[in-house]
Design a protein around this ligand. Sequence first.
Ligand code: G6P
Ligand code: ZN
Length: 612
Amino acid sequence: VNNSKEQKTVLSGTYRNQTIDVTNQPGLGKLTVSTVSTHPIDGQKPGTSGLRKKTKVFMENNYLNNFVQSTFDALPAKDLIGGTLVVSGDGRYFNKEAIQIIIKMAVASGVDRIWVGQNGLLSTPAISAVIREREGGAVAFGAFILTASHNPGGIHEDFGIKYNCENGGPAPEKVTDEIYHNTKAITSYKIAHDFPHVDVTRVGATAVKSDDGSRTVVVEVFDAAEDHVDLLKTIFDFKAIKSLISREDFSFVYDCMSGVQGPYARRVFIEELGAPESSLINAVPLEDFGGHHADPNLTYATELTHIMGVDAKGMPIHGQSHKVPSFGAACDGDADRNMILGSRFFVTPSDSLAVIAANANVIPFFRKKGGLRGVARSMPTSGAVDLVAKKLGISLFEVPTGWKFFGNLMDSKEVYGKEDYTPFICGEESFGTGSNHIREKDGMWAVLSWLSILAAKNTPGQPLVGVEDIVVNHWKTYGRNYYCRYDYEGVDKVAAEKMMAAMASAKKAGETLNGFTVKFNDEFTYHDPVDGSISRNQGIRFIFTDGSRIIFRLSGTGVAGATIRMYIEKYEPATGNLAQSAAEALRPLIDAGLALSALQSYTGRSEPTVIT
Ligand code: G6P
Ligand code: ZN
């Protein structure tokens, strides 16, 4: 519903104090710019990963238009004018309409080339690859990614938009702060109403010329998978993976959860690696993700966990009538997250990161320049990868939650190396893993990393070495960081904030709970070693004398109410008891966390919504 006043004009002569000559002319025809008046809308502050709201909110009252204009207004005119912009999304409801609006607004802001994945689909990692690699790289100045990641899609569910910069990574805080600032002051947006509707179903270029011939805008629709798959082929040894997949005793299932990954998975696994069709499930993108929560974890990826013989606590299910595959994986709606499973075996994201780091040298990308140079994890992620970094003698960084914090490290030569090519792996407990091949986490990369490790550990003619063997051997070398996360979703926001504030001011050092003595407690503050910026209030930590940790955070990606996350970690040395279930090993510590936070009395919740 657009009830705002509208005046047809050509773009006026100045834009953020710079003169624009391209559009300030009569006779622009289809490229004529309208200036539409609008009003600031509350709450357009981008969260951990862009702006997410109910789909209907995005569809009404210029909500999308305001945010897009505020983003353009935060970018330097030299990038925008005559520049190339990428626009695509994870295929959720309103994706297609939003793309057409953004194309028209980009044209009005001076963008001359717009790149769109076929059917408007590009996964988050693929967008990062397109920005960095397409046409030799450094062509596009940025991208709008239309996704709310793993949040459900549909007219009654969630929509989202996120801006990524020319390095291929999420916009840093100084940019998102400026976007937010602009949303609070916006009075109008610019749009080229008469720009034709672009058929995104067909690969090809549409060129639109102004009547006076002074300007041409080109929209290119391209195969969504090509750039990303080409890049992956330079990273991994596809031949080695292909021979693993062809083993008679090896089988795998990849659950694309009806998100954007389907077409990529088909290209990689069926066309390139020769896997049977039956190895992919939910591989057709749907606007509502089939009504599911497209989040690869033990609570939501239950079709896969059932096939793999793993229960909701990550424990084995025995006695199922079907044959359990050797390897299983799932990804989220926009395909940046991943979950890894073996036969009746769940790999925690923190362990997955550590195992990939420890075995990175089986992957050509890392082997090429003398091996892995550094690793990074988010603060709540377990310290399993720290032990690998120590053993390998490589740098380790601990950053706040949010992939954008890794980007600075990856782009910096000073921090961990002087060369342009700096093999680097990052990961988060929230099912995100990736490397510096792009500036987003990459679900496909994680799966291909695991298949590479499996390929390297197996010898033709010998019995299959599986995921569980690899992880258990890892524990026998480094010890095991028992880990789990409790989520309390849809909690009253005021209550959640009160609980956090009480913990932030509590002094617990020296107190003993269930046999665990608090060494110190604090709020995590990050000092970015690259640009010197400081990020405060990044989670409450209780660190115990034996190295165990309990961490509390409020989610930055929720849409309604607050989500409290409690992260629990306990280290067991290699000589200790490695064979417990996480639930039993962590029980006393979980109880300590519930006591420290008084969670139940603040929130009224006695059970978490999700355990991962
Ligand atoms: C997104 C980001 C991740 C981050 C996660 C945290 O997925 O891309 O980098 O770890 O959100 O979400 P939370 O809900 O815990 O703020
Ligand atoms: Zn995602």
